[in-house]
Design a protein around this ligand. Structure first.
Ligand code: NAD
Length: 503
């Protein structure tokens, strides 16, 4: 079914050199309101020439921006923090309108992003170098951190405000200028951000937004004036961005997809685990890179856990994200909704049991909704286990032992997040030692991003050697310079400075 089109489409262009720029390529993409299924906007797709203009603006702004003192830059970061804080509701509403997530969740997204800005308000401390006095006689060695120049960010649809903040906030604070290529599915938050940064006093050309598709991404990856690229998105594209960008000599960090497991041991607090499974499995309609996708029930935990989750499912109210009673919104596009729903066919066909079929509980209308869904008796060969579903279809895999559960997680090609539910501290400690995953939750569904710890998975969930934002983000957006210095002995000075002649 083709989506209805509203009469007045919002036209979404680019932002570079400190002004809004209408696209000239003639190529555009649709933006939808996922709750109604209607097209609400049209976003311009940048041409190679338009990317070049944005990069030129960033390059021109770079030399002056680099000279800003640390205290002046920190001061600006505080003003940005304040302005985004004042506009958090406006930003969140844009997220709900184009992504579909419920407003409370959208506000949570903005909050998590703001915390990254708060972290980089401490940039004078974060950029401190090291100093070794008397490395050799009369010689000192010290290191300084300098910005890379023009850096770029390419971001996914699922966190249209927060993930760009993961990138531009540390990049700018470190003294770089920035070109952002947001997801074409929900681009408006980035343009509002550009206006807010300008209002806060960010000089023209320091922050730029180019909307677009593969054409834009490919030009960014090969552009000679871009020194580094941060990417967050699906694994195939993350791998492509990493390989292409590094081949062109750039520094690249590329965060990919996920298949997060939650292991529930027989001694776990099952009520606590069931609450966590529901919130982390269905929050934001499962469209979070830290969503739980697989519950691994060990031994006797299985029946009790499935019953406890089943009991909670009718309470998850699915509806328009602007309705304050909604707890889960629609999926981002009709195509994605249909792909997610297809696991409710392939799962049972491959031997799984349907406990809850979200197709039967989706709200009426043309919105891209799928109700909460639960598959039991899933095995590692099934598509529902192998694929990153990225929607509200949760799978239960039953195993007999802790070792089997651990092996499952460690053999999975993704390694973004994992959770363990147990009352046994010794087992939890052993698990954090053994598990090959970048972010671990112990009796918490999945750890939420914390601004002062860098974020990133292992294995196919991250290509590159630096996690994003936090201390590793500062590393990524700076390069260090080691300086070795020696000064003539003041005692030998031709001018009498009052130094003793013999020391
Ligand atoms: P995506 O990979 O489809 O798109 C991400 C970006 O890449 C977008 O800006 C898009 O325009 C661009 N892109 C898409 N196809 C491209 C191509 N063929 N060539 C060049 N560029 C291309 O991802 P998405 O669907 O927007 O986002 C969801 C994915 O992001 C999920 O896999 C999710 O797990 C992942 N994600 C990961 C993290 C993390 O921290 N690891 C965080 C958020 C999202």
């Amino acid at each position: 079914m083709s989506a209805a089109v509203t009469t007045e489409l919002k036209l979404i262009g680019h932002w570079f050199g400190g002004v809004s720029v209408q696209g000239e390529s003639g190529r555009k993409g649709p933006v939808y309101n996922p709750a109604t299924g209607e097209q609400s906007g049209e976003v311009d797709f940048a041409s190679i020439e338009e990317i070049d203009r944005a990069v030129a603006a960033a390059k021109a702004a770079s030399p002056a921006w680099r000279t800003w003192s640390l205290s002046k830059r920190a001061d600006l970061m505080f003003r940005i923090y304040q302005l985004i804080d004042e506009h958090r509701e406006e930003l969140a509403r844009l997220l709900t309108a184009e992504h579909g997530k419920v407003l409370s969740d959208a506000l949570g997204e903005v909050q998590r992003g703001i915390e990254v800005i708060e972290f980089v308000c401490g940039i004078p401390t974060l950029l401190k170098g090291e100093y070794s006095e008397q490395a050799s006689t009369g010689i000192d060695v010290y290191s300084i951190r300098q910005p890379l120049g023009v850096v770029a960010g390419i971001t996914p649809f699922n966190f249209p405000a927060m993930v760009p903040m993961w990138m531009w906030a540390p990049a700018l604070a470190c003294g770089n200028t920035f070109v952002l290529k947001p997801s074409e599915k929900d681009p408006s938050a980035s343009l509002l951000t550009a206006e807010l940064l300008k209002d806060a006093g960010v000089p023209d050309g320091v922050f730029n937004v180019v909307n677009g598709d593969k054409v834009a991404v490919d030009r960014i990856l090969e552009h000679p004036d871009i020194a580094a690229v941060s990417f967050v998105g699906s694994t195939p594209i993350a791998r492509y961005v990493y390989e292409t960008g590094t081949k062109a000599g750039k520094r690249v960090q590329a965060l990919g997809g996920a298949k997060n497991h939650m292991i529930v041991l027989p001694d776990a607090d099952i009520e606590m685990a069931a609450d966590a499974a529901v919130s982390a499995g269905y929050g934001s309609a499962g469209e979070r890179c830290m969503a739980i996708s697989v519950l691994v029930a060990v031994g006797d935990a299985g029946d009790e856990l499935v019953d406890a989750i089943k009991e909670r499912l009718p309470n998850v109210k699915v509806g328009d994200g602007l309705d304050p009673t909604s707890e889960m919104g629609p999926l981002v596009t009709r195509q994605h909704r249909d792909k997610v729903a297809s696991y409710l066919d392939s799962g049972p066909a491959q031997g799984a049991t349907i406990v809850a079929d979200g197709r039967e509980t989706s709200p009426d209308g043309d919105g891209f909704f799928l109700g909460v869904s639960l598959l039991d008796n899933v095995t590692p060969e099934m598509d529902a286990y192998r694929d990153e579903i990225f929607g509200p279809v949760l799978s239960v895999v039953r195993v007999d032992t802790y070792d089997e559960a651990l092996r499952l997680v460690n053999e999975n090609p993704y390694g973004n997040g994992v959770a363990l539910f147990t009352r046994d501290g010794g087992v939890a400690r052993q698990f954090q030692f053994d598990v090959n995953v970048g972010m671990v939750g112990i009796n918490v569904p999945i750890p939420v991003p914390v601004a002062y710890y860098s974020f990133g998975g292992w294995k196919n969930s991250l290509f590159g050697d630096r996690h994003i934002y936090g201390p590793e983000g500062i590393d990524f957006y700076t390069r260090t310079k080691a300086v070795t210095s020696r000064w003539p002995d003041p005692a030998t000075s031709k001018v009498d400075l009052g130094f003793p002649q013999t020391r």
